[in-house]
Design a protein around this ligand. Sequence first.
Ligand SMILES: CC(C)(COP(=O)(O)OP(=O)(O)OC[C@H]1O[C@@H](n2cnc3c(N)ncnc32)[C@H](O)[C@@H]1OP(=O)(O)O)[C@@H](O)C(=O)NCCC(=O)NCCS
Length: 241
Amino acid sequence: MGYHRDVTRTLPAGGVAEVVISDDATAKDFDVRLPDDEERAVARFATTQLRARARAARTLLRLVAASYLGCDPAEVPIRRAACAFCGGEHGKPVVGTAPMHANLSHAGSAVAVAVASAEVGVDIELPERTGDVVRLASRFFSPDETAWVADAVEVERDLRFLRLWVRKEALLKATGEGISGGLASVGMLDPLPARLERPTGSLSFWTVADLPASVPAVGAVALSGERLEVRIVSLEELGLS
Ligand SMILES: CC(C)(COP(=O)(O)OP(=O)(O)OC[C@H]1O[C@@H](n2cnc3c(N)ncnc32)[C@H](O)[C@@H]1OP(=O)(O)O)[C@@H](O)C(=O)NCCC(=O)NCCS
């Protein structure tokens, strides 16, 4: 495994988000040394599995961002924005330098990184049994959305629940609010891409789209602005193999 520093990728144009997904990121060894503070953060996870996942996610985020910035992965600047609720330094990670924006999601051993030239959010979940999804939907979603989940055969219910969940979480990650922003507060029934007004700071229009069925997870992306085309970019295209 390795990466080629000679590949510098052009940032996506407005209205486009590029998404890199590795379905087995924890199994890869890219030979990247994380900055000391991130190594310490990784070491604090309780199990080998959690540490491997945390390191894989941070490594892939840095590798992807570096391939757009044309720098060494260890030199990608990452800081935390102020929390949208308390102002503390644990808000949305600010990755790279303007005009680049990036966001990360992990699920199991899969990691997804979205890159755009505007505020972006991504969320992935693995398509597995989630329990009583109608009860969960009634807790977290609107009555219309809960009815849409309930109005399906059992196996399709799980998928509908996850679809709504990732759309909502992608939007709330794009705005930086996180799920404290209220999953019920953003309506996410079809058709997508959905254009939504959400009065968060000076950016109020957002577009949400599903990741294509070809990717090995249920996922969605949200981008600031009124247009969104999602492009899946392979690790090979970024010079990562
Ligand atoms: C961000 C959040 C949605 C992540 O949910 P998740 O399903 O567990 O995780 P995902 O794999 O999709 O995303 C995790 C990544 O999102 C990014 N992230 C963290 N906070 C974020 C935020 N506020 N907005 C956008 N992205 C965020 C990080 O890169 C994180 O990776 P890390 O865990 O390796 O650091 C959830 O943890 C959350 O809502 N946090 C905010 C909690 C909050 O508001 N607290 C208020 C305290 S005053």
